[in-house]
Design a protein around this ligand. Structure first.
Ligand code: ADP
Ligand code: MG
Length: 246
């Protein structure tokens, strides 16, 4: 176990997310897809956890439920003293706005706004946010504040998206295949940024991937298949992101 004095150590005593008995059934006419089939999950403060599973295993479904984007069919998700599964729209909006940051495979930046303005959209409605300049400096883009998305590479655009997600100082950063659209060299740079934010800011980070190489950087690896959690591995010595190759 890492020493308790190390500020980068996840505190396994403190649970940020507690999910129990999650199922998600999508119904399309006569057809039922059981995307989640009884998932129990805790996320601990300060950890970087990878949810690893093949395509179709339910990773995005799980992340969307944890982020309050979609309700489970059954089960509970406790975060910050509320149960997202039964929360109303106003409560969920409040939760998404202040508690969670999202990073998706595609960056979803607004093309007509600069990097700084894309981040400012979020900081303007947040409580006690980082400034856009601080957030962009954290992702290594302090010199690119006034660039538009089209003037940035894919990896740089993803770093703007990460700056936007962390600027509100979320309890948890939820990342769905954040390197899925990037070549491996650029992907590693993006993962180094997530690693740095986890170390320096202490942001609890859940990273979804189907790429087993990426799982090596996690404190914990949660394996998902067919909507269920199988093994959970603990990495005593997570691999530095810069050493990852795939
Ligand atoms: P992953 O992210 O691991 O690839 P998903 O959570 O996207 O997996 O999907 C899990 C299963 O649920 C898949 O069989 C997928 O086709 C199905 N699914 C996901 N979203 C929907 C939806 N909105 N409507 C119907 N089926 C869906
Ligand atoms: Mg997915």
């Amino acid at each position: 176990m890492p020493s308790p004095a190390d500020p980068a150590s996840p505190d396994s005593a403190e649970i940020v997310f507690h999910a129990e008995g999650l199922t998600k059934i999508y119904r399309m006419g006569e057809v039922e897809v059981r995307a989640l089939d009884g998932v129990d999950l805790d996320l601990y403060r300060g950890e970087l956890v990878v949810l690893l599973g093949p395509s179709g295993s339910g990773k995005s479904t799980l992340l969307n439920i944890l982020g309050g984007l979609d309700p489970p069919t059954t089960g509970t998700v406790i975060c910050g003293g509320r149960d997202l599964a039964v929360a109303g729209e106003a409560e969920l909006t409040e939760f998404r706005r202040h508690m969670v940051g999202f990073v998706f495979q595609f960056y979803n930046l607004i093309p007509s706004l600069t990097a700084r303005e894309n981040v400012a959209i979020v900081t303007e409605i947040a409580r006690n946010p980082l400034t856009p300049e601080e957030a962009l400096a954290l992702v290594g883009l302090g010199e690119r504040l006034d660039h538009f998305p089209a003037q940035l590479s894919g990896g740089e655009q993803q770093r703007v998206a990460i700056a936007r997600a962390i600027a509100k100082r979320p309890q948890v950063l939820l990342c769905d295949e954040p390197t899925g659209a990037l070549d491996s060299k650029t992907g590693v740079v993006v993962l180094e940024v997530l690693e740095r934010i986890n170390h320096e800011v202490g942001t609890t980070t859940a990273l979804i991937t189907h790429n087993a190489d990426i799982a090596r950087m996690a404190h914990r690896v949660i394996h998902l298949s067919d909507g269920r959690i199988g093994r959970i591995e603990i990495n005593e010595k997570p691999c530095p992101a810069k050493e990852l190759r795939w």
